[in-house]
Design a protein around this ligand. Structure first.
Ligand code: HEM
Length: 83
């Protein structure tokens, strides 16, 4: 059976903590908003802050996302950023 596509609501949104949502919405980075997050540039920028390609790595001071979490996120992008 084929693996179901990674979903923003089911797989990605739950990876963010309340504190992530609160701090970043103040900076107009809407981590729980599908319309914001599904923009290709936003989706990519968020990934690069999570893996430290862009600094400061998010969330500041950690705990940083595990490789498994980062993989789910990149599969979400590769799968076409499904809702
Ligand atoms: C486009 C993506 C993002 C940008 C441009 C961004 C940028 C920033 C900046 C400039 C700060 C202030 C840093 C500081 O005061 O040292 C910050 C704080 C923070 N960010 Fe992000 N961030 C992004 C994504 C994220 C993500 C994906 C997470 C969580 C998974 C996150 C979690 C946080 C938290 C929790 C804080 C507050 C830290 C504190 O005050 O202790 N951010 N972000």
């Amino acid at each position: 059976m084929e693996k179901r596509a990674i979903s923003f609501a089911k797989d990605i949104r739950p990876l963010f903590r309340q504190i992530d949502l609160e701090h970043m919405s103040r900076m107009n980075v809407l981590l729980d908003d599908y319309t914001f997050m599904s923009d290709p540039g936003h989706a990519r920028a968020v990934y690069e802050y999570l893996d430290g390609t862009r600094q400061p790595q998010m969330p500041p001071g950690g705990p940083y996302w595990s490789e498994e979490q980062l993989n789910v996120y990149s599969e979400w992008i590769a799968g076409g950023r499904k809702p």
